[in-house]
Design a protein. Structure first.
Length: 73
């Protein structure tokens, strides 16, 4: 995976992050990628990404910080 075109940090959101993440994925142009920063591993998102044709790599960078890089397959 390459450096992401868009970074989305959802750690401090008061509302559910899924709609914001979904909108960010919709806004990606072919060849672009999204770097998601979250306070937990967003495991429920992985099946959604696969169903929508995205590939992802996740890494835990701290006790309460996960980074997920998302690209179209």
């Amino acid at each position: 995976m390459t450096e992401a075109d868009t970074v989305l940090d959802v750690r401090d959101r008061d509302d559910p992050p899924f709609p914001v993440i979904s909108d960010a994925l919709d806004d990606l142009d072919p060849g672009e990628s999204l770097h998601l920063v979250n306070s937990f591993e967003p495991e429920p998102l992985y099946d959604v990404l696969t169903d929508r044709g995205f590939d992802h790599e996740a890494a835990r960078v701290d006790d309460d910080e996960w980074h997920v890089t998302i690209e179209r397959e």
